[in-house]
Design a protein around this ligand. Structure first.
Ligand code: 5GP
Length: 130
């Protein structure tokens, strides 16, 4: 059965798309820790990120780098943090999270409550900086 992220990539479930190429897809996390919190996923349906080939893992990080630089331009921050958890959705993904301080990366922090128009504006701002 397709994962929820495969359904998002296929357009069967809506998402706030940030970037896409033939192998990877980036979209806003629906429960963001910060404005600009983005997920980068491979189109290949692999659960554990370290089961990706060396080549795909490398390409995924280069793709994530371009997205991270655009996030930082759209939402100025000290750095964009990268995290891999993957315990909720069994489809490999990188979290990119704008941070001012270390604790901004804590997944136990309260999530932002944003409206659809907020998500639209955030995704647009990142896309415009790619
Ligand atoms: P993890 O698997 O890394 O522990 O967490 C999965 C992440 O995916 C969570 O941050 C959660 O908010 C996000 N997520 C889960 N389902 C959806 C969804 O349907 N759409 C989007 N945009 N994000 C999702």
């Amino acid at each position: 059965m397709a994962t929820i992220f495969s359904k998002i990539i296929a357009g069967e479930i809506p998402s706030y798309k940030v970037a896409e190429n033939d192998k990877f897809y980036a979209f806003l996390d629906i429960n963001p820790l910060a404005k600009g919190h983005t997920l980068v996923v491979p189109k290949q349906e692999v659960d554990y990120i370290f089961d990706l080939s060396d080549e795909d893992l490398g390409e995924m990080h280069v793709f994530a780098k371009h997205v991270a630089l655009a996030i930082q331009k759209a939402f100025p921050c000290r750095k964009v943090g990268e995290a891999v958890i993957g315990l909720e959705v069994p489809h490999a993904h990188i979290h990119l999270i704008p941070m001012q301080k270390e604790s901004d990366m804590l997944f136990s922090n309260p999530k932002l409550k944003l409206q659809p128009e907020d998500f639209e504006a955030i995704a647009k701002a990142i896309r415009e900086n790619l």
